[in-house]
Design a protein around this ligand. Structure first.
Ligand SMILES: *[C@@H]1O[C@H](CO)[C@@H](O)[C@H](O)[C@H]1NC(C)=O
Ligand SMILES: *[C@@H]1O[C@H](CO)[C@@H](O)[C@H](O)[C@H]1NC(C)=O
Ligand SMILES: *[C@@H]1O[C@H](CO)[C@@H](O)[C@H](O)[C@H]1NC(C)=O
Ligand SMILES: *[C@@H]1O[C@H](CO)[C@@H](O)[C@H](O)[C@H]1NC(C)=O
Ligand SMILES: *[C@@H]1O[C@H](CO)[C@@H](O)[C@H](O)[C@H]1NC(C)=O
Ligand SMILES: *[C@@H]1O[C@H](CO)[C@@H](O)[C@H](O)[C@H]1NC(C)=O
Ligand SMILES: *[C@@H]1O[C@H](CO)[C@@H](O)[C@H](O)[C@H]1NC(C)=O
Ligand SMILES: *[C@@H]1O[C@H](CO)[C@@H](O)[C@H](O)[C@H]1NC(C)=O
Ligand SMILES: *[C@@H]1O[C@H](CO)[C@@H](O)[C@H](O)[C@H]1NC(C)=O
Length: 493
């Protein structure tokens, strides 16, 4: 639509004088003189997001929601009144209330409002990030933002986790169905009891666990014709534990992470050429992602791409409790915790065990970590946290190690498990890695002469690569050794 300048002025004047409503073309702000009715929308400055009322599948229910403005597939990323659907009539208005909150009104009363402390003069603005922000204009402070109330979708720059200073928790919860934004059964939620990680819950029960968080930067991820760099930003401080992501140098790439209504977490990028959302990773990925499927000190491996197999962490130093692994494994020689009677065996390429009962310090060295572990008889294993890079930080497990997955052919992290000295080097595998898909080359990442594989972990806890890519790489690797030298990978933990 093209307006002449004069036309626009007259239009605006008309709107202002007679309706005080948003009838100018594409405003991004609601203030005490501008409000939003049924048919109107707010549009962010560079036309990335749009906010307004929508009716899923032309149902009778209306919701105030936000979607991407400029793509052909209507994709709702946030819903204000997901648990309070509004009937088709009467007319609704979104405006700033007398107390400075953002509210939805019908002809009689207020139906939904942002939960804000009162403010004399507030405005609501839709930003290009997809954040709807209510600002106190007198103090210039943000008093409410939609990013604090995620529905099923994480956008770049949005956080999941906990804000201890405000007593808030950010998590994703699925829609009830693809046509019903009401809170569904599935949630993707941070567990921060020990070292932080994600849990995928089905009606409150933990079904799957993501790996421990770490900061990462993954370049060279190709989606459609785009080559993207994903950056994971983890914050672990006294007042906040949070996880967010963004795509480097790409204001024009649209991406999202959605807990979908069938219980799968999908990470997607919009590919304009095919006018589709392309899922480039999803979680859970296979049966080894089922929580604690092999018991304590058991490890789960995927065979034939679908079937899982359980085994003890290491066949020399652990023995299964039962034939079917239902009870997991135990150390062949129990720990007795006398000075010098124990050491550590390193296991590589694994998804680190559940960190619910752990202690950590993100700045300690790995050497001090080993020492710290030996000093406490309840310590069963240690690893680096990788918040400040590989080999830094200290993560200590006090309980039996559960929910260990083996990542093949490469990927995963290293863990150092406490073992009786008599068992170290006593077996037929002096390398120590035993019957894990041991890969001494992958373990020595700094050795320039060895194969260098860049492991890309976009989302800890999520299998990052499509099987196809993995298989392609695997096939290529077998065929041509040179190819693997610069193989770029996304690792799925
Ligand atoms: C959406 O509407 C179409 C036609 O109106 C119907 O066939 C379809 O089943 C609906 N989808 C859902 C999920 O209700
Ligand atoms: C909207 O999308 C089209 C097609 O991708 C693009 O050509 C156009 O520049 C976009 N407009 C804006 C304002 O982003
Ligand atoms: C509000 O709207 C509803 C539905 O259109 C109507 O039934 C009701 O009478 C209206 N109430 C007032 C006070 O206008
Ligand atoms: C608003 O906050 C109050 C007190 O913190 C709480 O009881 C209420 O449920 C909140 N309402 C919404 C819509 O979040
Ligand atoms: C990408 O952004 C980083 C900083 O975020 C900058 O240093 C770098 O030069 C940018 N690269 C390109 C290709 O624009
Ligand atoms: C959820 O994601 C999975 C995996 O990408 C997909 O097969 C399924 O159709 C999705 N469900 C919905 C409701 O979009
Ligand atoms: C363990 O032994 C080492 C060397 O023998 C000694 O330096 C250290 O103090 C001992 N630690 C404890 C807790 O006994
Ligand atoms: C973490 O480790 C660092 C370095 O060893 C130390 O200075 C710091 O006090 C430790 N913090 C906690 C909370 O233990
Ligand atoms: C060992 O760790 C446990 C769990 O954090 C703790 O309760 C206990 O006090 C520690 N023991 C020593 C000797 O530090």
């Amino acid at each position: 639509m093209k307006f002449s300048m004069e036309g626009v002025v007259i239009h605006l004047l008309f709107c202002f004088l007679f309706f005080h409503k948003i009838c100018a073309a594409e405003l991004d702000i609601i203030s005490d003189s501008q409000f939003l009715t049924d048919g109107d929308t707010l549009v962010s400055q560079t036309r990335i997001f749009e906010l307004g009322f929508f009716r899923p599948n032309n149902s009778e229910n209306r919701y105030l929601g936000m979607w991407f403005k400029n793509i052909s597939v209507r994709t709702v990323v946030w819903v204000a009144n997901r648990d309070h659907p509004l009937p088709a009539t009467p007319q609704l208005v979104v405006k700033i209330t007398d107390s400075g909150a953002l509210g939805i009104f019908n002809n009689i009363s207020i139906i939904w409002s942002s939960n804000t402390t009162s403010s004399q003069k507030a405005t609501a603005k839709l930003l290009d990030t997809g954040n709807l922000v209510v600002t106190d204009e007198l103090f210039g402070t943000i008093i409410w933002q939609s990013f604090d109330y995620p529905t099923d979708t994480l956008l770049p720059g949005m956080k999941l986790g906990k804000d201890y200073s405000r007593g808030m928790e950010w998590h994703l919860s699925s829609w009830k169905s693809s046509q019903d934004p009401a809170r569904g059964a599935f949630a993707w939620q941070a567990d921060t009891l020990g070292y932080p990680y994600f849990e995928l819950k089905d009606t409150g029960v933990v079904k799957h666990r993501g790996g421990p968080w770490r900061n990462e930067r993954f370049s060279g991820i190709s989606i459609g014709r785009m080559i993207l760099t994903f950056v994971i930003d983890v914050v672990i401080i006294d007042t906040e534990v949070s996880y967010s992501y963004y795509i480097e140098n790409s204001t024009s790439i649209l991406s999202k992470l959605t807990m979908n209504s069938s219980g799968v977490l999908e990470s997607m990028v919009w590919v304009e050429e095919i006018k589709k959302w392309q899922t480039f990773l999803s979680f859970p990925r296979d049966t080894c992602d089922t929580y604690n499927v092999c018991g304590a000190y058991g490890r789960c491996t995927i065979v034939n791409l679908v079937e899982k197999s359980c085994a003890c962490l290491d066949q020399y130093r652990f023995v299964p409790k039962d034939d079917d692994f239902s009870g997991g494994c135990v150390r062949r020689t129990p720990l007795d915790c006398k000075n010098g009677s124990e050491g550590f065996i390193k296991y590589s390429n694994i998804k680190l065990p559940d960190t619910k009962r752990t202690w950590f310090n993100t700045s300690m060295s790995l050497e001090n970590c080993a020492e710290k572990c030996l000093q406490n008889c309840s310590c069963m294993a240690y690893a680096d946290t990788q918040i400040r890079g590989e080999g830094t930080g200290c993560l200590i497990w006090f309980n039996d190690l559960i929910d260990i997955k083996v990542l093949v052919p490469v990927g995963g992290r290293d863990i150092f498990v406490r073992i009786a000295s008599s068992e170290i080097g006593s077996s037929s595998d002096p390398a120590g890695a035993s019957d894990l898909p041991s890969d001494p080359t992958a373990a020595k990442k700094n050795d320039g002469s060895k194969i260098k594989i860049i492991l890309l972990t976009v989302f800890p806890g999520i299998l990052l690569i499509g099987f196809s890519i993995l298989l392609l790489w695997y096939a290529r690797m077998k065929k041509n050794n040179a190819v693997q030298k610069n193989a770029n990978f996304i690792e799925l933990l």
